[in-house]
Write a protein that binds this ligand. Structure first.
Ligand code: T4K
Length: 369
């Protein structure tokens, strides 16, 4: 491997000259934020592209999730997964809600619906599930449990931009889904996020909440926050949309190359194929099983020495961080599958500019340890 390090991802950046007309427009009209014309155009175009009814753009995915929980007036306890980025559970703590962790499914690494009902108490108000790596949760089972127990469903769809399941956009499931549009995501606005909901009245509340709770010049009815996306980030989004199909296609080629290159490596299992009809190839997670010649951490270190910086998304489990460790649901006995998978997982580099020769070199390095 050459001396240039390879990281897990690199943001797709559209040609710089295509940004200039947008900047000129922003400089000309001097509207730089607060629901400007580019922000509004991006919301419309995203609804169209994603096949969704309503979207509210945000400064990032975390504030989108914090605001979504607030909009649905979620309180008490929320059933969630320990196998995610820490922002998922932090959004609960920021709302004064107690996370209740349940284990994950061994194949999708998403929350296991079979474990949800036993975790429900009179305090439970919602299920916060994550479409981890953009692989869909078992939305039908989750939603039937929610209906039976009168719970809200929020999907952390930070990884799931553009993913479609058996009935169209995955984002149409649940009461609310949130997206991250961070630099590391398939569709990025440098920093950014979004709340997606089917109910137009929910969008009105979300839009007020992301703008301090302001109704009009003299009326503030809700305890809102500042979660707005600026015109600059919106311009980046409009440019990204022009290229998103190419970006996803490139990711698909890389995904295929890894699957071919790693097909007969003993002890390496490529995750995926979890039921989506259209994938976005956001991540390329593998499991390092005991039959492999090295442990997961040895492989991680060896690859780093060769300049390939893999990531252990998501290790440690959220439940192992100090603010969650004391919860009864954080006990390892409660989370055997999540604990095992977090000790085996490694995400390989995947981004549109990654040449297929590099993918082959990475596969050969993994093969020849
Ligand atoms: N829910 C879930 C399930 C999430 O995964 C996330 C975020 C959220 C909610 C919250 O959404 P946001 O509030 O972030 O919109 C990264 C991202 O910062 C985070 O957005 C993401 N999930 C998480 C899974 O990964 P780190 O700490 O691993 O990122 P970092 O800075 O180490 O970047 C990873 C690699 O990407 C670097 O090695 C190099 C490359 N990179 C990164 C940046 C920022 C670039 O090439 N350019 C860049 O500008 O958290």
């Amino acid at each position: 491997m050459d001396i240039n390090p390879i990281f897990i991802t690199k943001p797709f950046l559209p040609p710089l000259d295509e940004l200039m007309p947008y900047l000129e427009q922003i400089w000309e009209n001097k509207i730089v934020t607060n629901n400007g014309p580019l922000h509004n155009e991006l919301e419309l175009k995203l609804c169209d592209y994603l096949g969704i009814q309503n979207i509210s753009l945000f400064a990032n995915g975390t504030v989108a999730l914090v605001t979504a929980l607030k909009a649905l007036e979620i309180t008490g306890e929320v059933i969630t997964t320990p196998y995610s980025f820490v922002a998922t559970s932090h959004s609960l703590l920021w709302n004064g809600i107690k996370p209740v962790f349940v284990d994950i499914q061994p194949k999708s690494l998403n929350i296991d619906p079979e474990k949800i009902e036993e975790a429900i108490t009179p305090q439970t108000s919602a299920i916060l599930a994550v479409h981890c790596y953009g692989h869909p949760c078992d939305v039908d089972k989750i939603e039937s449990i929610a209906k039976k127990h009168n719970l809200k469903v929020i999907y952390d769809a930070a990884h799931a931009f553009g993913v479609e399941c058996h009935c169209g956009s995955l984002l149409n499931h649940g009461d609310i889904s949130i997206l991250s549009l961070h630099a590391t995501k398939v569709f990025n606005t440098f920093e950014g996020g979004a709340v997606v909901c089917n109910n137009p009245e929910t969008k009105i509340i979300i839009d007020q909440l992301k703008n301090f709770g302001i109704t009009d010049e003299t009326i503030v009815n809700l305890t809102g926050i500042n979660g707005k996306m600026s015109e600059f980030n919106s311009a980046l989004g409009l440019l990204q949309l022009k290229y998103i199909d190419q970006v996803i296609h490139k990711r698909k080629e890389i995904d295929n190359a890894y699957r071919t290159g790693l097909a007969d490596v003993k002890g390496i299992h490529c995750l995926g194929d979890t039921g989506e009809l259209i994938s976005n190839y956001a991540y390329f997670p593998i499991l390092v099983n005991p039959e492999y010649s090295l442990s997961r951490d040895e492989l991680y270190e060896n690859m780093k020495e060769h300049g390939v910086h893999l990531r252990r998304y998501f290790y440690p489990l959220i439940s192992e961080f100090p603010m969650y460790r004391g919860l009864a649901s954080s006990l390892l006995d409660n989370l055997p599958v999540a604990t095992q998978k977090a000790s085996q997982v490694l995400c390989l580099p995947i981004y549109p500019d990654l040449p297929l020769e590099k993918v082959n070199e990475i596969c050969n390095l993994i093969k020849n340890q």
